[in-house]
Design a protein around this ligand. Structure first.
Ligand code: NAD
Ligand code: UD1
Length: 339
């Protein structure tokens, strides 16, 4: 297929480009580079041995998107572009709604006007809020999102489902990611956070490389085996492959389909820290801190639906996630070196 990838220079987008191209698809990238480096695409091109057309276009720019859409005929769009920092979204709600919702509305309109009605969307386990059941299946009711970032994901899911209902020519696949970590095993692409990382693994790797003195562990009094928060960490390469598999749902003309992308296995913060230390032989000094506002105790998926319907199952374990995260950070201590 010929696929438009919005947000393709970002963390998950760049890994997905590799898997798509290696599976024989063609890709075109649109990104405004607000949270990514153009250099990630050079690395992807090097890994797949193929040139990937790139447009520095904001998805809110209707004319810019129209130009891309008329120059290429797309079979589907994988839509990663969006702002994703939870804390920042609480500080700047308008910016998050305008970018994520406003931008996606423009994208959807330009897509339908150009006859491309096949969409895969990056949603998040955050839409389950504090989940009603564990492990979380796709039928678990959506919960209350405590921040504007989560709200944008939940609202966009509703918008896309309504559009699909009104016009059955649309095929919409909503992928609810659990906690993507790690990097491509080559060490050539990985996560490149701006400033102080909010998420656990990039913080751990920055402590490991000596950029930060210690990790703060947010709470050790949760109702979990060791008191620290439990999450479903998934290797970013497995997650990327989930998008290639999701194209099967589009080919089958799924209408609207929702899939959890997780491993089904929960690990605590301290299990992640200990595994990282053991696998990579690097110490991670840490200190227990108060709980972080908005955090929940436990969140992990039941990923059976994706296996049953898409033939997709995560292959990598926590050890490989820790190994590859460190391999990327160690070889690229300044990320792509341009921000
Ligand atoms: P990322 O920030 O690395 O990638 C997002 C990309 O979108 C960036 O390259 C950024 O420059 C681009 N972008 C943002 N606004 C844009 C706009 N208006 N026009 C064009 N480009 C724009 O983030 P990521 O971790 O790769 O996440 C990709 C998607 O997956 C996001 O939608 C994110 O919300 C979602 N998601 C991520 C996680 C996670 O843990 N990383 C979890 C669940 C869902
Ligand atoms: C966070 C977002 C969520 C988003 C997800 C994507 C919040 C509240 N939620 O989820 O909306 O979809 O990222 O990956 O930010 N931790 C520490 N110390 C740290 C960082 C994290 O102890 O420095 C702990 C957290 O308390 C949590 C676990 O590590 O128990 C994972 O945290 P994180 O990587 O931020 O992911 P989530 O909170 O699951």
């Amino acid at each position: 297929m010929n696929i438009l990838v919005t947000g393709g220079t970002g963390y998950i987008g760049s890994h997905t480009l590799v898997e798509l191209n290696q599976a024989g698809h063609d890709t075109v990238v649109v990104d405004n580079l607000s949270n990514s480096s153009r250099r990630s695409l050079d690395r992807v091109e090097e890994l797949v041995g193929k040139r990937i057309p790139f447009y520095e276009v904001d998805i809110r720019d209707r004319q810019g998107l129209e130009r891309v859409m008329t120059q290429h005929r797309f079979d589907a769009c994988i839509h990663f572009a969006g702002l994703k920092a939870v804390g920042e979204s609480v500080e700047k709600p308008w910016e998050y709604y305008e970018n994520n919702i406003g931008g996606t509305l423009v994208l959807l309109d330009v897509m339908r006007r150009n006859g491309c009605k096949n969409l895969i969307f990056s949603s998040s386990a955050t839409v389950y809020g504090d989940p009603a059941v564990i492990p979380i299946t796709e039928t678990c009711p959506k919960g209350h999102c405590t921040n504007p970032y989560g709200q944008t994901k939940s609202m966009l899911e509703e918008i896309m489902m309504d559009m699909q209902k009104a016009d059955p020519e649309w095929n919409v696949v909503l992928l609810r990611y659990f906690n993507p970590i790690g990097a491509h095993p080559s060490g050539r692409i990985g996560e490149n956070p701006n400033g102080i990382p909010n998420n656990l693994m990039p913080y751990v790797t920055q402590v490991a490389v000596g950029k930060r003195p210690e990790l703060g562990v947010f709470g050790d009094d949760y109702d979990t085996p060791d008191g620290t928060g439990v999450r479903d960490y998934i290797h970013v390469v497995d997650l990327a492959k989930g998008h290639v598999a999701a194209l099967k749902a589009i080919e089958r003309r799924c209408g609207c389909a929702i899939y959890n992308l997780g491993t089904g296995q929960g690990y605590s913060v301290l299990q992640v820290v200990k595994t990282f230390e053991r696998v990579n032989q690097v110490p991670i000094p840490y200190r227990i801190k108060p709980r972080r506002a908005g955090d929940i105790a436990t969140c992990y998926s039941d990923p059976a639906k994706a296996e049953r319907e898409l033939g997709w199952k995560a292959q990598y374990g926590l050890e490989e996630m820790c190994r590859d995260a460190w391999n990327w950070q160690r070889n690229n201590p300044e990320g792509y070196g341009d921000r």
